[in-house]
Write a protein of this length. Structure first.
Length: 347
């Protein structure tokens, strides 16, 4: 090697100028989400947020962090990048919503092989749209160019959210009693879990591609798999404010089988009536391709229920009325009974 050879960071695959171009676009998108409580600009070492919320006497901060998982592989294969950011926000919002919290601010982390400003801007457009939908400030984040770690054309995505709930409106499952109803809100499909198995079955076992149209599906596979992770905040916030819900479970990895017990108090079990809600056809396609037994399906996928509501019998008509006015289908999928903290399925 010539001793006079001069190296720069870009010779190792990291281009600071390209990263700066992406960050300029990110700043403009983030600023559109700012709420009056934001006290800093994008680009500071830390985001500042004034904790000023009227109507709270015993405020509790609720936080969560998550990613989109291998659903990103579908974005890479289709070249559709504006939906996964929205998925990320929805997943995080739902995770704090189940404890009664409304989001305050969100922060993201994007790492990639090579900073492509157009792609990163599309991803952040989705994040910003999800934040605006949730009245949540995109307070800051981090981008990292990591050649040699990520494959060309790929990126990873993670999000961190902070929300607030007053002690009087905290939902922690303590009010759940035998006799409560379990109501279900529909998912749009896989949401953001089970994609490693789904990709293996569809693309390796089935030999399909993202553009394949299967008879039971109305869209090409790529579009079916990119259906958005639903954000249930606007639907459930009025019910939470009125204390209508005894418990909530976000049905993600682990399905109903593992997520419902997380909110059950001791001495309570969940009994689920199978076939009491419509199941998106993608799940039947996956089950047939992999010859997967029912118990495994129920523990891997949401099977068409994205959020489960635990409601006292006397509150059920009010909950149904609210959701009917919102045009949202609601399914009575089971009930709470005495027993060990687990889920029982019946036909």
């Amino acid at each position: 090697m010539n001793s006079k050879t001069v190296f720069a960071y870009r010779d190792a695959g990291v281009d600071i100028d390209r990263a700066d171009a992406a960050k300029k676009r990110i700043k403009a998108l983030a600023r559109q989400t700012f709420t009056p409580e934001v006290a800093s600009e994008i680009g500071a070492f830390g985001g500042l947020f004034r904790l000023q919320k009227e109507g709270t006497t015993q405020p509790i901060l609720v936080s969560s962090v998550d990613g989109v998982g291998t659903k990103l592989k579908i974005a890479f294969a289709t070249g559709i990048h504006h939906t996964v950011g929205r998925d990320l926000v929805a997943h995080c919002v739902n995770d704090i919503l189940v404890q009664g919290a409304a989001p305050l601010f969100f922060m993201d982390y994007i790492a990639t092989h090579r900073m492509e400003p157009e792609v990163i801007a599309k991803v952040v457009e989705g994040i910003a749209a999800g934040c605006r939908e949730s009245e949540c400030a995109l307070l800051g984040g981090e981008t990292a160019e990591m050649p040699g770690f990520y494959s060309s054309g790929e990126y990873d995505l993670a999000g961190f959210i902070v929300g607030l709930v007053d002690q009087s409106h905290l939902v922690d499952g303590r009010r759940i009693r035998p006799g409560d109803a379990i109501l279900g809100l529909a998912s749009t499909g896989l949401h953001t879990n089970g994609y490693s198995l789904a990709r293996k079955l569809l693309f390796e076992v089935g030999g399909h591609e993202v553009g394949t149209r299967l008879p039971r599906l109305t869209l090409p596979l790529g579009e079916v798999l990119l259906q958005p992770h639903r954000n249930y905040l606007s639907l459930l916030k009025p019910l939470l404010e009125r204390g209508r819900l005894n418990g909530l479970a976000h049905i993600t990895g682990g399905g109903l089988t593992d997520n419902l017990p997380r909110i059950l108090p001791g001495g309570c079990s969940a009994h689920i009536q199978l076939k009491s809600w419509p199941e998106p056809p993608i799940f039947g396609v996956l089950q047939e391709l992999g010859r997967i037994d029912e118990a495994e399906m129920l523990r891997t996928f949401n099977m068409g229920i994205g959020m489960a509501l635990i409601v006292a019998p006397e509150e059920v008509p009010r909950v149904e009325e609210h959701l009917d006015r919102s045009g949202e289908p609601l399914y009575r999928i089971g009930d709470i009974r005495s027993g060990k903290r687990r889920v029982h399925y019946r036909r």
